[in-house]
Design a protein around this ligand. Structure first.
Ligand SMILES: *Cc1c(COP(=O)(O)O)cnc(C)c1O
Length: 401
């Protein structure tokens, strides 16, 4: 922030304005523009404490201040869209140890564009022709347990999904129509074929492999792990735990494939990807997020999450009959997650009712509910919010007769 902007900002946020009634320090800067406009209030929107996680419907994550600073700075100049993509792509590729990279309109868009690049190469006729596949390959092999709704990004290009389960089936099913082998990292433990076997199968038959790691940092190493492993294309969301723009993502991998994928992306029109525009602010914001994310002390951050989860666990257990369990999902949303449960005979409240009470409280708090209780994470909380979450859950539980 420039000094001038900072002064303007301070003038609408007098000292002490950040203190809440409970005396806790400011959770975040007020939701106001420097000119004093509060869009959330003006539009009558409900804002909330996000103890649920990086959910698209909840706007996923809050961008790092460094990302907003980058966006503001770059918004003041014209540049060529392809040039900013070239330069940012090089920097991202370096950070993620990939041959090449490009910023896309989310992980989903990375999958569409990557698929398009695999199908068309640099042939302008084929690029203009998608999603009609005449003269192109038409099948993508996917493990049955990986066949989630996200494959729609691939079928958008006209290909169809072929399910297989075992390595033998994969080998037998590859033919001259096989365009791609697609792997969903979040379901890696559900399938019978490992990452390494998947990559080896692709290399053996010269079929490109793609992996979706949308929500799979932390750990930070996942940013380069799959490039180093040999996947030809890696797709990740920019606006989940990376805390870049929600509508950004990264496609990275083989140089020839990234080059081909970009031919279906803006500024070029008459392509399948023309609607997946990423503006220069998001392109640079994505880089800023990646630079920030790879520079933070992840061990320290993890410890802070554990401390917060433990505080919430200790607090809510003050209500007799309530128990907690710490769960750390091994893949995707790999972060300390607290399951809070109770004997239904002792506390007569359903998990969904507690979830709703927290949502309707002041401040509004979002958590998840399941059959046994509610679950929450702390990695998307702003500073100090864990105490509010703990106290509000305890208060609601104490209200139950
Ligand atoms: C969120 C998600 C996507 C879509 O990512 P966007 O960045 O929202 O486009 C794709 N695959 C998986 C597994 C996801 O969790």
């Amino acid at each position: 922030m420039k000094r001038r902007d900072l002064l303007k900002y301070i003038s609408v946020a007098p000292l002490g304005a950040g203190l809440t009634v409970s005396g806790l320090p400011a959770l975040a800067a007020p939701d106001k523009t420097p000119a004093g406009k509060d869009y959330i209030k003006e539009l009558g929107l409900r804002s909330f404490i996000n103890a649920a996680g990086t959910y698209t419907a909840m706007t996923a994550s809050l961008m790092y201040p460094e990302v907003m600073e980058a966006i503001n700075a770059v918004s003041k100049s014209y540049v060529m869209l392809d040039e900013v993509q070239d330069k940012v792509g090089e920097r991202i590729a370096q950070i993620c140890k990939a041959e090449a990279a490009t910023v896309t309109a989310g992980c989903w868009s990375a999958m569409v564009l990557g698929m398009a690049g695999v199908l068309t190469g640099t042939d302008p006729k084929k690029i203009a022709q998608l999603p009609r596949l005449d003269g192109m390959k038409s099948e993508v092999l996917v493990q049955k347990t990986h066949n989630s709704g996200y494959v729609h990004a691939l079928t958008n290009t006209g290909v169809r999904i072929v399910e297989i389960e075992t390595l033998d089936e994969l080998d037998a099913r590859i033919n001259d129509q096989t365009a791609l082998l697609w792997f969903l990292n979040a379901h890696a433990n559900l399938g019978k074929i490992s990452h390494e076997q998947w990559v080896a199968a692709g290399k053996k038959r010269a079929i490109p492999t793609m992996i979706d790691i949308a929500a799979d940092v932390p750990p930070v190493e996942n940013l380069w792990r799959f490039n180093e492993m040999g996947f030809d294309l890696v797709c990740i969301s920019g606006g989940k735990a990376l805390r870049g723009p929600q509508s950004a993502g990264i496609l990275m991998g083989r140089k020839d494939l990234i080059k081909a994928a970009r031919l279906s992306a803006p500024p070029r029109g008459g392509t399948i990807g023309r609607g997946m525009k990423v503006n220069k602010e998001e392109v640079v914001g994505m880089l800023a997020a990646l630079e920030k994310y790879t520079s933070i002390d992840h061990a320290k951050e993890w410890k802070s999450w554990m401390d917060q989860v433990n505080f919430i666990a200790t607090t809510v257990q003050k209500r007799a009959g309530v128990t907690t369990e710490l769960v750390i999902p091994p893949l995707a949303n790999h972060t300390p997650t607290l399951q809070i449960q109770w004997a239904p005979t002792r506390l007569r409240i359903k998990p969904a009712e507690l979830q709703l009470a927290l949502r309707n409280g002041s401040p509004s708090i979002e958590v998840l509910s399941n059959e046994k209780g509610i679950s929450l994470t702390v990695f998307m909380l702003r500073e100090g919010e864990y105490k509010i979450v703990a106290n509000h859950i305890l208060k609601e539980l104490n209200n139950v007769v």
